[in-house]
Design a protein around this ligand. Structure first.
Ligand code: ZN
Ligand code: ZN
Ligand code: ZN
Ligand code: ZN
Length: 357
């Protein structure tokens, strides 16, 4: 069998399960949950497969191509797949995303083992709302990976993916009720100075934002619960506020000044604090590198009181940085063995050297 064949089949099966899950949503929510979960798992496995087929096998020590092509192997679970994407391919998901995938698996397991139809129409409505939220938020994360970070792998399926994306978005009509119910709460928050922006997953203007420059905060959608790490800065050219949502790429709407993670990090670093701290021998205000996403010099300290560090590439939040024992660069990862094994930007001294010594 051609090595590409199992990969293509996986992707097509993933599409098929997803399509069924959307069809079943209204009348058979139980099957929609189960098939949606299978679809997500297959998409993640297909990304692993594009790297190497053996990554899909649960215990890689037993990888055997002949057994693999006839399906005689135990494959990774959805969560194991996310873990391998992060650790091996280094192109995965944040800790926050991982939580979303875990709750998808938990919900699916509950449905399989304990589900019974609600007696009331109201109970079924509530269930559909919960599933709509879950599928919209998970699909947002997955669709973004498939069409953005992994676009070189999945571009032949872009037409199908877009078609599925617009079908899935019809779920949002089930959230209209929640949005209507939340209106008074939303108005009340506005009176207290909060700003509401369109949520990226449910698309209602229900994402709650603070109105403050230079402060990292979690913007939560009061309809679907989707959250993003956000920070607002004043444009260095025209002083208009620019909001960065979960990524360091952005543009000033007023003067078109554009940013990437490194220029945002430059903008966020407090020069005065850095200067004073340096005089005092405190290097925690220097640029650090990110152990989560391998961002180089994209981690900055945000405030003087709290220990609050932001990576402007993955928008991960950290409460400390450590110095690599080998290259002496600041890093958000665990630097315990860094003298030997290095950090995200260096290889360390290397253990072989010492053994031959
Ligand atoms: Zn939302
Ligand atoms: Zn500007
Ligand atoms: Zn990062
Ligand atoms: Zn290092």
């Amino acid at each position: 069998m051609n090595k590409d064949e199992p990969f293509k089949r996986l992707v097509e099966n993933a599409m098929d399960f997803l399509s069924h899950s959307i069809d079943e949503f209204k009348e058979h929510p139980k099957f929609s949950v189960i098939h949606f979960h299978t679809a997500v798992e297959l998409f993640l496995k297909s990304r692993l497969m594009a790297e190497h087929w053996s990554l899909v096998v649960s215990n890689r020590g037993d990888s055997d191509w002949e057994k693999f092509i006839v399906g005689d192997f135990r494959s990774v679970t959805l969560i194991e797949a996310v873990d391998r994407l992060n650790k091996i391919i280094r192109s995965g998901f944040s800790k926050k995303d991982l939580k979303t995938f875990k709750s998808l698996t938990n919900h699916r397991n509950k449905i399989v083992h304990f589900f019974h139809e609600s007696d009331s129409e109201e109970g079924n409505e509530k269930l559909r709302e919960a599933i709509a939220k879950e599928q919209l938020t998970t699909w947002y994360l997955l669709h973004k990976a498939l069409t953005d970070r992994w676009s070189n792998v999945f571009s032949p399926w872009f037409v199908n993916l877009n078609e599925i994306d617009s079908r899935l978005r019809t779920h949002r009509e089930f959230l209209q009720v929640i949005f209507d119910q939340k209106m008074p709460e939303l108005e009340n928050f506005k009176q207290h100075g909060y700003i509401f922006r369109n949520c990226l997953t449910c698309e209602f203007p229900s994402q709650k934002n603070i109105d403050e420059i230079g402060k990292l905060y979690e913007a939560e959608c009061i309809v679907c619960g989707f959250t993003e790490n956000c920070i607002t800065i004043a444009c260095p050219e025209c002083e208009q506020p620019i909001v960065f949502r979960n990524e360091g790429f952005g543009k000033c709407e007023n003067c078109n000044h554009s940013f990437d993670p490194n220029s945002l990090a430059e903008e966020l670093v407090d020069d005065r604090n850095t200067y004073i701290a340096r005089l005092e021998g405190d290097d925690s205000w220097q640029f650090g590198s990110c152990g989560e996403c391998d961002g180089f010099h994209t981690v900055v300290r945000l405030d003087k009181e709290g220990n609050n560090y932001l990576c402007t590439t993955c928008f991960g939040e950290f409460d400390s940085m450590e110095t690599c024992g080998w290259c002496h660069e600041l890093n958000t990862g665990d630097m315990a063995d860094s003298y030997w094994f290095g950090c995200g930007i260096c290889g360390g001294k290397g253990i072989d050297y010492e053994l031959s010594y």
